[in-house]
Design a protein around this ligand. Structure first.
Ligand code: COA
Length: 161
């Protein structure tokens, strides 16, 4: 799947905000508009548009924690485009981009225990559950020096929901 991670701009923010997930997935994520506000008014998270074939097909946010681990959040693939490899491609691209930053000990994310699709996706990419929880979500980490994953210490990047 050919995707690119692009800045959110005045030209594409509407397409980002128009992304939607299936009704049964709405409990797992916030609206993209919420994430955009969180990024704009907060100081931790940065947004990215996921573009394929010139169209915005997904969205994600990332941030740096106190312990310098990088967090991926707000992963959304538009309902009409799910199950075509976009989610896998975006997580791999963002994981590898963040892991390559100097001083990054690991890349972390979290998900609801009920989110079987996300859990399967992240596990297949080598994210390992560490036993940490972030609010009511399971934390999993991927280390560039330990792709099999033994995780790392908890940080304090803050919840996205
Ligand atoms: C989770 C999500 C991002 C996956 O995106 P996607 O583009 O559909 O994923 P892909 O097509 O790349 O599939 C990758 C893997 O995810 C898992 N997966 C995706 N959809 C699934 C489903 N409906 N049921 C079970 N597993 C699923 C599978 O392991 C799949 O690998 P496979 O196709 O080899 O079986 C997407 O379902 C989504 O946006 N969900 C709603 C928002 C959400 O839950 N975000 C994550 C918050 S932590």
């Amino acid at each position: 799947m050919d995707i690119s991670l692009e800045p959110v701009t005045e030209d594409n923010w509407r397409a980002c905000a128009a992304l939607s997930v299936r009704p049964d997935q709405q409990a797992f994520v916030n609206d993209v508009a919420y994430y955009l506000c969180m990024c704009h008014y907060g100081s931790v998270w940065q947004p990215l548009a996921v573009v394929s074939g010139g169209e915005v097909v997904g969205f994600c946010i990332w941030g740096v924690d106190d312990d310098r681990s990088r967090w991926i959040g707000g992963v959304v693939v538009d309902a009409a485009r799910q199950r075509t490899g976009i989610g896998r491609a975006l997580v791999v691209a963002l994981r590898d981009r963040l892991a390559a930053e100097p001083g990054c000990p690991n890349v972390a994310l979290s998900y609801s225990p009920d989110n079987t699709a996300a859990r399967a996706l992240y596990a297949s990419l080598g994210f390992v559950e560490t036993g940490e929880m972030e609010d009511d979500e399971i934390v999993a980490r991927w280390s560039p020096r330990d792709p099999a994953g033994t995780g790392g210490p908890a940080g304090n990047v803050g919840a996205t929901r």
